[in-house]
Ligand binder design. Structure first.
Ligand code: BGC
Length: 394
């Protein structure tokens, strides 16, 4: 018996992203660098062909919501070209999710761009925002009113850091100015998307990732300094901007941040340690195949920080990468309890399926459902039944 008490109307489901599960997104920038700087994704979970049975399985577990993303690289494989057949498939996915009694939650940008967009300078150029908006307009016209919950950009604060400051995601830049420019342009893209999508009948949000940073040693002033810096760049800067609806003056001071709700992705805290050679590093933990330090109270801190924005909050991702499913159940139990106490709108576990974990390839098992990367067989874990039961009030 679980100790978690789920209030009626509290939405529980799971999340996925196109590139990580569909397979063969050959026109994506990420695909272009695979084999060279990144592990190969290949067929991923072949969700592109198996989505119907996966959606059916998710619903049969009792889940009430499924977050998916629409791959811009499939819809606009080359500049000026639109692939209607791919769009039809996404329309069908949404129909299937609804048809199985789940709420479809749609993300429009999840870390990946069409290669042609990246060649044009990607998110560093303000002029490029219009290409994303062409895609959004086409999707909105195709999908109509079948979607209530939209999310414009996944992790609008973390993605520019990974792609333009730390150089771990395409286009592998390490340039602070580019990072800020990309953030500003993504915020503009999100606002443009909001204008295109917004109707009285829907809710449009964007997603931020909060990872509270703490000093590895409370006695080290250098560790403290790093934690304060990381908290500002990753967590506080975006929250302040969205709370004020305005960029800081040193970043143009323009108005940004139209949204009806905030998607919050929370996984772990960061324990930062000064290192004279690399500046800083994160203390790792073996509890999680990603090395992250698990700390459920960090979710409370994150929710309270994000609450300053003044909008309802949905937990759009929360999960653990482990082969130990008992640990996954404990993780869900602890985080879900906090999410409910803090009165968020809903909770989506990352992820429905084991999938392609970006620069880690298939090495991190986040799934409620095990997906074998070779045979592609699906096997729901105990945690899938556990969360499904809570979701369906059973
Ligand atoms: C991303 C997911 C990713 C997960 C686990 C989030 O930052 O949105 O795409 O798989 O973290 O690393």
């Amino acid at each position: 018996m679980s100790k978690v008490k789920v209030p009626s109307g509290f939405m529980i489901g799971a999340a996925l992203s196109a590139y990580q599960v569909e397979g063969n997104n050959v026109n994506a920038d990420w695909w272009h660098y695979e084999g060279d700087r990144l592990p190969r994704s290949g067929s991923a979970c072949d969700f592109w062909n198996r989505y119907r049975s996966d959606i059916e399985l998710a619903a049969s577990l009792g889940l009430k919501a499924l977050r998916i993303s629409i791959a811009w690289d499939r819809i606009m494989p080359s500049e000026g070209k639109v692939d209607d057949e791919s769009m039809d498939r996404y329309v069908d996915m949404i129909k299937e999710i609804r048809g199985h009694g789940m709420e479809p939650i749609i993300t429009l940008h999840h870390f990946v761009n069409p290669m042609w967009f990246t060649v044009k300078g990607g998110w560093v150029k303000e002029d490029n925002v219009k290409y994303f908006l062409d895609f959004v307009k086409y999707v909105v016209d195709s999908v109509g009113d079948s979607v209530k919950f939209w999310l414009t950009i996944n992790e609008i604060n973390l993605y520019p850091i990974l792609a333009y400051l730390l150089g771990v995601f395409p286009p592998f830049m390490m340039n602070m100015e580019y990072m800020w420019r990309a953030l500003v342009n993504l915020l503009k893209a999100s606002d443009g998307a909001y204008e295109l999508i917004k109707k009285p009948s829907n809710q449009v949000g964007l997603i931020i990732h909060i990872m509270p940073a703490k000093p590895a040693s409370r006695l080290s002033i250098m560790d403290w300094g790093l934690a304060v810096g990381m908290n500002y760049i990753l967590n506080r800067m975006i929250v302040n901007t969205l709370a004020k609806g305005k960029l800081p003056d040193w970043l143009s001071g323009g108005e940004v941040g139209e949204l009806d709700y905030v998607g919050l992705n929370y996984y772990a805290i960061a324990k930062v340690k000064f290192n004279p050679l690399t500046m800083g590093e994160l203390v790792t933990s073996r509890q999680n195949q990603r090395g992250w330090v698990i700390n459920p109270s960090g979710l409370r801190w994150a929710i309270r920080l994000v609450r300053r924005i003044g909008k309802p909050i949905m937990i759009t991702e929360n999960g653990i990468a482990t082969d130990n499913d008992e640990d996954r159940i404990t993780y869900i139990e602890k985080h879900l309890t906090i999410a409910i106490k803090e009165r968020v709108m809903g909770y989506l576990y990352w992820s429905l399926l084991d999938n392609y974990e970006w620069e880690m390839g298939y090495g991190a098992k986040f799934g409620l459902i095990a997906c074998d990367p070779v045979t592609l067989s699906r096997r729901p874990r105990g945690s899938a039944y556990f969360l499904g039961k809570l979701a369906s009030g059973g």
